[in-house]
Design a protein around this ligand. Sequence first.
Ligand code: NDP
Length: 329
Amino acid sequence: MFKAIILKKTEDKTNTLSIEDLSIDDLPKEEILIEVEYSTLNYKDSLAVTNKLPIVKNYPMIPGIDLAGIVRNSSNKNFVIGDKVLLNGSGLGEISWGGMSQMACVKGNYLIKIPSKFSSMQTMTIGTAGYTAMLAVLALEKHKITPDKGEILVTGATGGVGSISVMLLDKLGYQVCAATGKLENIEYLKSLGAKRIIDRNDLSKECKPLEKEIWAGVIDTVGSQILANACASVKYGGTLVLCGLAQGFDFPTTVMPFILRGISLFGIDSVYCPLELRQEAWERLARDIDLKKLQSISSLISLSEVLNNAKNMLAGDIKGRIVIDVNMA
Ligand code: NDP
């Protein structure tokens, strides 16, 4: 028997969350049985467990878009018993049972062997948020936005994707401007490597189609008016990498910065990102992440603390990354 969070849909279409005892026979019959050590709480998980958006497609569901653990059985030739593995996205916690559980049974097509530099817990401090931050940094590099091109704006900077983006960009030599709604966290952002910190309210006002050129690149985790402002202030030839919607999924901009300044907008999807690119991202994380800084942004919770933390996350009250120790009482 093992413990897992179970989301169920009730007849009146609300959903319930409980921690239940399950047996291995309850799990889906997939290729790889994993003893889960850690999962994480991402923004999407918070939307799922609070039922704020229809993230969960099948009920009952074990939520959790990330997991890290040890292979206990495998019919996939690429993985053997004892391998330490991690999985991000790929429908976990949305269409197939996810990581907020002491056991999981998954397909092997997106599974990654944990790089030797990391413990299971460190990979979950990174989680989907950090792997997405790395995908965003890779996108800036592929668009030839090198550190000499100028400052990079990171929005939602104290959040999971934001914090790890700041950390990675600083390590790679970029000048980082962090936009945050929590100005009490200036020292936190400086400790991660931000050189300049701005109030996100200044980016939340309506803007002209073209504003002063400021940023060579942008990693945007919030969408909406902030993304529109960012577009209006990207320098000629710059690139915005867009991954989130914490402010909203609207995009109130014009074509002007694209056709007059030749800027590019690049979207990130971490969920079904091809295996090759995932592997590249995890190899680069192993090379580029500062483990001390990573430790400093991590907090550990148990399965029973997930719901309260999810509510706080959606209220924008969380900074850094929340790791779930699925074995913690
Ligand atoms: P977090 O909750 O950790 O961080 C989000 C941050 O956004 C907050 O900490 C806050 O930062 C800022 N924020 C919150 N509410 C608002 C608001 N109303 N207006 C403006 N800013 C706000 O989430 P994650 O970092 O894990 O994820 C960020 C976004 O990226 C989410 O929308 C998530 O769904 C998306 N995402 C997308 C992925 C993909 O594959 N495309 C993968 C991973 C995440 P501050 O106070 O510093 O401004």
